[in-house]
Design a binder for this molecule. Structure first.
Ligand SMILES: [Zn+2]
Length: 231
């Protein structure tokens, strides 16, 4: 996935917060501010020791957070992620449903939706997620005799999809930001759970049977999933 802006990283700032706690806790507030919560009267040397000990974790976490794309501001011409590629946002007073994707590489949204901020993208992301997950689920469920009990589009932040006990398939609308290959993989993965309720070798073998190139779709999510904007 190409990066949206190539801003150079700002220096990492630290903020020490003394409180009535018993242990030291490190927590990032964004990529450039590390909050260090410590018990009252903790010595500077003890804090320095912890920072030294946790240096790898700090660096790793910071890098990951720095890669996260900013939440869309919904301004004219802004680059918006859809199906793994950037689209220009075109804001117009009135937009009919068939005008949304009229121009390749452009998403046309109404002023009313854009004025809601990034939340204005969610109906579109939900619609795209439903459309493509239904598309792949129908094809694969028929081909491999995997009867599912409908599709639910959720707003889950930490999982792309899940398969309920009653074989209802759940998919996060955040999938609309990822390439079709990744959506296809998540559908194949959740459908495979109808047959294998675990992540055993047999499960992965079955996923490969459903979608022989599933690794590609999975790899994109592993490499880029953490960088997608969260809203
Ligand atoms: Zn699974």
């Amino acid at each position: 996935m190409p990066t949206k802006n190539g801003a150079s990283p700002a220096p990492l700032e630290y903020k020490i917060i003394y409180s009535k706690r018993k242990t030291i806790e490190l927590r990032f507030d964004g990529a450039n501010l590390l909050l260090i919560k410590v018990p009252q009267r903790t010595r500077k040397s003890a804090i320095e020791a912890i920072l030294h000990q946790k240096a790898d974790w700090i660096e790793r976490t910071r890098k990951r957070l720095a890669q996260r794309l900013p939440v869309p501001q919904m301004v004219q011409g802004e680059q918006i992620l859809l199906l793994g590629s950037w689209h220009s946002l075109n804001i117009r007073k009135v937009v009919t449903p068939d005008e949304i994707f009229n121009t390749p590489g452009v998403i046309t949204l109404s002023q009313k939706l854009a004025s809601q901020g990034a939340a204005g993208l969610i109906p579109l992301y939900r619609q795209v997620t439903r459309q493509w997950t239904e598309h792949y689920a129908q094809i694969y469920s028929e081909k491999h005799q995997l009867p599912y009990n409908g599709i639910r589009v959720s707003s889950a932040k930490t999982r792309w999809g899940s398969c309920g006990a009653n074989n209802t398939l759940n998919f996060s609308w955040r999938l609309a930001m990822t390439p079709l290959l990744s959506i296809e993989y998540v559908v194949a993965h959740e459908l495979a759970h109808i047959k294998h309720r675990n992540h055993s070798k047999a499960f992965w073998g079955f996923v490969a049977q459903i979608m022989p190139n599933y690794e590609q779709g999975r790899a994109w999510l592993k490499q880029n999933g953490h960088a997608l904007p969260v809203f």
